[in-house]
Ligand binder design. Structure first.
Ligand SMILES: C[S@@+](CC[C@H](N)C(=O)[O-])C[C@H]1O[C@@H](n2cnc3c(N)ncnc32)[C@H](O)[C@@H]1O
Length: 273
């Protein structure tokens, strides 16, 4: 059994180290606009999805999840692992979110470049952050940082609705198209600034931030429902993965361990990179 150190500062848990150069295998910019709030996604073509998920991919995915499963009680939480989280990871075809990568690369337990100087997070980190949200199936979840759409797809199997914000328009459009084509009908993607949240759709039962702000954005706290949970990496140097829980007037904070994510940027800053 692999043990996870009490602190999450090991290479295996680097969530989103920035790629050295722009990858050749970036997803193509999508033609359709990202889903506006409330718009119905196109119907799923289940046949083509099955064809795109051959036995080799399913096998690679099963092996990856078995590896993740051998991490021993991350954060000392006796409830680890939630079988529903592992089942969601087994069901989402990660390779279809990183077109151009080999199956081996798609199912390696490392972050991978997705273009625009951004990454899809390491599968173990996706699992840990998903688990940290303590989903029961009824929640409306706000995700900041759609990226490839993979994390949104995993969440969508574990909650009622996912609303995902992405600052980089080509990434958001491609992810929206991909999620719709793969039939993740309870996910909506909007191009927007995560620092502002999605006030028209608030309050949210859960909020997951997949890029690191220097500190928790106030708008996200305002948009959190009573009893709600936010999971986010925060900090510039020496980031921490933190879980906040709203209890009445108070917000309880738990530091889950050190991580490394791409920064959550302000609108305009992404154009200069
Ligand atoms: C580590 S990647 C997210 C990975 C993604 N969740 C996935 O499953 O592929 C971080 C994402 O956050 C986005 N981002 C950075 N700053 C943002 C902001 N202010 N608002 C919304 N998205 C932002 C980046 O463009 C990038 O796509």
């Amino acid at each position: 059994m692999r043990s996870l150190p009490a602190a999450l500062c090991c290479a295996a848990l680097l969530a989103c180290s920035r790629p050295v150069s722009e990858p050749a295998a970036a997803p193509a910019a999508a033609q359709p606009a990202a889903q506006p709030a409330g718009a119905a996604p196109p119907a799923t073509d289940a046949g083509s999805v099955v064809a795109a998920d051959p036995p080799e991919a399913q096998q690679a995915r099963a092996e990856l999840v078995s590896q993740i499963e051998t991490l021993e009680r991350p954060w000392g939480d006796p409830r680890f692992w939630d079988p529903k989280v592992l089942s969601a990871l087994r069901r989402v075809p990660r390779h279809l979110f990183v077109p151009g990568l080999s199956l081996a690369a798609a199912y390696a337990d490392v972050p991978q470049p997705i273009g625009h100087d951004q990454t899809i997070s390491q599968p173990t980190v996706v699992a840990l952050m998903t688990q940290a949200l303590l989903l029961t199936g009824t929640e409306r979840v706000l995700e900041i940082g759609t990226g490839s759409g993979y994390q949104a797809a995993v969440l969508s199997l574990l909650c009622r609705e996912v609303l995902s914000l992405e600052l980089v328009e080509p990434l958001g459009r491609a992810a929206a198209r991909r999620l719709a084509e793969l039939g993740y009908a309870n996910v909506a993607v909007r191009i927007g600034d995560g620092y502002q949240g999605w006030p028209e759709k608030a309050p949210f039962d859960r909020i997951m931030v997949t890029a690191a702000p220097p500190a928790l954005p106030a708008a996200l706290v305002e948009q959190l429902a009573p009893g709600g949970i936010i999971v986010a990496p925060v900090g510039v140097i020496g980031q921490q993965l933190v879980r906040w829980t709203r209890r009445g007037e108070k917000i309880e904070k738990e530091e889950l361990g050190p991580v490394r994510f791409v920064p959550m940027v302000r609108p305009g800053a992404e154009i200069r990179r």
